[in-house]
Design a protein around this ligand. Structure first.
Ligand code: NAP
Length: 431
């Protein structure tokens, strides 16, 4: 005999939403036995009622207007799986919380933009926002952070937070295929959206980084505070050169904290081929948390896809009652007041690739700028093959301040014999 009944409404029946319905149909008996809990779907909604879905739509009560589901009296939890930082997703979130119902969502864009306001609304109405699936798919990172499983002062977060980008970079590197072919393969395999802009531009990673950073440091950063570079400028030649130098190229979301200054950045990084993160291939996601007592802790798992994401959504549905503290709450304690840092103040190594005319003296001209700016070079070579008719020069710097490098690059790019923009990739040695 089951003594707990949980009534839910599901809005959005695409990849994740239909995965949630299918899994609940399959596992409801298991949840009854294990958790003494029966989950009842009292309403569903999406854009089109007649679309072919992986489950029988007729079994459930359909609502043409998703907002009407929230009015159903005995529904306890609304599961929003639509997407978008505003529009209908925001309306659903506001109405759900104002109506004193709990909200489960996988929508990182919504929370990265409106997290603080929604959190205040949830608090005012004594309900919760659960969002395990919004960051790193199946990896239970939100659970780890909220339950203080790492009772440590975390100083650095490094994350492979976008399965599409990781898949593209892995495939380009391993199969020596172009960016466009790798993107097409990702779309065919169901890892990338038809419109991949948010993924490849780094925006999606920035949303997730903001959520993790705010949870850990009780800050209120928004994605506009994140330094952002996507992966479109990464070419096969950079992956090949990285490999030759002992590095793998990854798109990382990084939050570093030093003297109460947090630097939030998303950009392609060269990391040592021997580092743990370099082993995280294809659509997998990973988060490294670094604390002063425990050192580095790495979590790894499937970052996207129907089943992994549905599993996280369902774990939120099952356990929301146990997580009364589960709120996106920014405490703004005085001694925890961090400010955002400027990437120009980052100190580290850099990989540079420059396309130049095949003329004598060009190398001497470039290195003279490095010498004047006291930028020492640890590695330098010229590729045998030309790209678009230009000789490719590769440099690896020692540790320098980013602003020092940027001003030098501007001068180098003005040289007549330099024919391309300098392609810069940051090297992260501490992972
Ligand atoms: N896919 C993943 O692997 C993954 C991983 C982590 C997090 N997420 C997040 O999970 C959420 C859902 O993603 P998804 O991949 O499942 O998206 P999706 O496949 O595009 O599905 C979106 C669903 O929302 C419905 N919808 C869109 N606009 C609507 C509106 N105005 N009113 C009512 N219904 C509307 C669509 O209806 P129709 O079906 O009728 O078109 C569709 O069922 C997003 O926030 C996403 O960022 C996804």
């Amino acid at each position: 005999m089951v003594n707990k009944q949980l009534n839910i409404g599901i809005i959005g029946l695409g990849t994740v939403g239909s995965g949630v319905v299918e899994t609940l149909e399959k596992k409801n008996n298991y949840f009854k036995k294990k958790y003494n809990l029966e989950i009842n779907i009292l309403g569903i909604s999406a854009k089109s009622k007649n679309k072919k879905r992986a489950f029988t739509v007729k079994k459930y009560k359909w609502y043409n207007n998703p907002l009407d589901i929230i009015d159903v009296k005995n529904i306890h939890v609304i599961v929003e799986l639509i997407a978008g930082s505003s529009g209908m997703a925001l309306k659903i979130a506001n109405k759900t919380l104002k109506g004193k119902k709990h909200l489960v969502t996988a929508n990182k864009a919504l929370l990265a933009v409106h997290g603080e306001k929604l959190s205040e609304l949830a608090k005012k109405n004594s309900v919760n926002i659960c969002f395990e699936a919004a960051v790193a798919g199946a990896i239970p990172i939100i659970n780890v952070l909220e339950n203080r499983m790492l009772s440590d002062n975390i100083s650095n977060i490094y994350g492979i937070l976008n399965g599409t980008c990781n898949y593209i970079l892995s495939q380009m590197s391993e199969k020596k295929i172009s960016f466009n072919t790798a993107l097409k393969n990702a779309q065919n395999a169901g890892f990338a959206e038809a419109d991949p802009y948010d993924d490849i531009s780094g925006n999606d990673t920035a949303y997730k980084l903001v959520l993790l950073t705010n949870l850990i440091f009780s800050t209120n950063f928004k994605s506009k505070h994140v330094y952002l570079e996507g992966i479109t400028k990464i070419s096969n030649i950079d992956l090949e050169m990285g490999h030759k130098l002992g590095y793998t190229i990854l798109l990382l979301g990084i939050s570093n904290i030093k003297n109460k200054i947090i630097q939030l950045r998303v950009h392609p990084c060269m990391v040592s081929k021997n580092s743990l993160l370099a082993k995280v291939k294809n659509e997998l996601n990973s988060v490294v948390l670094e604390g002063d007592m425990v050192g580095k802790t790495l979590l790894i798992g499937k970052g996207a896809g129907k089943k992994p994401t549905a599993a996280s959504v369902i774990s939120d549905i099952i356990s929301f009652e146990n997580y009364k503290q589960r709120k996106l709450e920014y405490k703004k304690e005085k001694n925890l007041s961090f400010i955002g840092g400027n990437i120009n103040e980052r100190k580290g190594k850099f990989y540079l690739r420059i396309g130049v005319l095949d003329k004598p003296g060009v190398l001497a001209d470039i290195t003279s700028f490095f010498k004047r700016q006291k930028i020492s070079i640890s590695n330098m070579f010229q590729l045998e093959k030309k790209i678009s008719g230009y000789v490719q020069l590769i440099f690896v710097t020692h540790n320098i301040l980013e602003r020092q490098l940027i001003s030098t690059i501007k001068k180098i790019e003005k040289l007549d014999k330099v024919k391309t923009k300098v392609n810069v990739i940051r090297i992260e040695n501490s992972i």
